[in-house]
Design a protein around this ligand. Sequence first.
Ligand code: HPA
Length: 274
Amino acid sequence: MKYDRAYFQPSVDYIKSRLGGFEPKLGLILGSGLGGLAAKIEDPIEVAYKDIPNFLLSTAPDHAGKFIFGTLAGKRMMCMSGRFHFYEGYAYEQLTAPVRVMKMMGVERLIITNAAGAVNESFRPGEVMIIKDHIKMTGASPMCGPNADDFGPRFFDMTRVYDKGMIAVAKECAKRAKIKVNEGVYFFFTGPQYETPAEVRAARILGGDAVGMSTVTEVLTASHCGIPVLGFSMLSNMAAGVLDQPLSSEEVIETAEKAGPQFAEYLMDVIRNL
Ligand code: HPA
């Protein structure tokens, strides 16, 4: 299967038929705990993933499964409430769908958020990390298989996808709001199991500051088709083995939700200033 523009044209035609001419410019993929931000989108038009031809269905708990179009902090947004992860059982290539559809809808820049475990011991749960780069050492890529030349080249650059200009804006906004925002490297694991303490130590030795199970597939797809990304990790827990206690998804969701409102407010300010 070639996930090229022809493949996604029915998805795009359907979405456009629902939007009455609205043209989004900024993409936003919301991770755990940020549902409140989706509620702030003005004049929202919701398009459920399940209604979109040639698209994917979300299976993760706590993920709503829809695009929300509308205005947020003065920007025309295409927001994903609910996203797709490799651990849900999709092939990597299928995971190109969201960002390729965004590209075809006219999205020029993308903000991605996630919940992640803190590997860097100077970080604390509830803090935010701006993603300056990532490490993915496991298996394949969403760009495996026949190349969709109409999105990008076979071999593509990964040095500039985490956009320095957008990172500068994000840091400036944090400084002004006097919020501690960390900067670091996101280390991707496929999940769904959390990491072992030894895997977390390995991630630290290799240069990782946070571990998580999302984001990287979307970032790779964005880089392939030339969309610059600003990525944030909400640090919902210290990664496995950092503290002498087991991880629970309840803890992860609880911390992400507790820190969510302040993160959402900060993110609104970043969006306004992009
Ligand atoms: N590991 C992987 N993914 C996560 C974590 C973690 O510790 N916390 C939130 N998502």
